[in-house]
Design a binder for this molecule. Sequence first.
Ligand code: ADP
Length: 232
Amino acid sequence: MEQGTEDVPVIYLHEIKRQYMQGETTLTILNGAKLALWAGQSVALVAPSGAGKSTLLHIAGLLESPDDGEVYVGGTATSGLSDVERTQIRRTDIGFVYQSHRLLPEFSALENVMLPQMIRGLRRSETVKRATEILAYLGLGERIKHRPAELSGGEQQRVAIARAVANAPRALLADEPTGNLDPHTADHVFGALMQLVKATRVAMLIATHNMELAGRMDRRVSLVDGEVVELD
Ligand code: ADP
């Protein structure tokens, strides 16, 4: 993949089609969806429940394959890649944050953030250093030894964000990352995400129902009849 080029989108979804079978009927969820995600830009994906937000995020994150269309990561088409190659791109270039933190309960915050880096093959000492730095950056310097159950909801979600950016991905995809949090905590976690876009120039796509937060992002899009439309 090309590195350091900002004239191509970090992720480009081209004419994405995705259907699901529900009994005898075919549900067309995405129908020619197009979306470019650029370095350093935050994009809010705002659409009603069931519109296909998670599906779009999963396809952009190479967690799911489209029935038709192409996902380009850094200008490289991914449909012809092997599972191993796709997994490699997911590990190095894409971070994912879910509505619930999905941290491993038996590991500390530090270990949860170290794991993706260890899977990638970095030395343990390096992973400790980097995980400590990221957690401190997200205001969790005093919490690194705590297990998820010993952290508040907002802290858990910030650890999940730290884990998602541990391998310095070029894209960060978040599926209702503040959906389970009270407004004040949601604001804090959202602030952490915005801070990361500015500091690291990661391309960010956040599915959210929160119009106030969406209004603070660089760009807003929605899904209408399976296509991505720009709002504003
Ligand atoms: P959103 O995130 O906007 O709520 P989703 O992408 O989760 O929407 O789902 C869009 C539609 O596709 C929903 O009607 C959902 O029931 C359906 N759907 C999602 N995943 C599957 C699946 N694996 N099998 C069948 N239907 C699915």
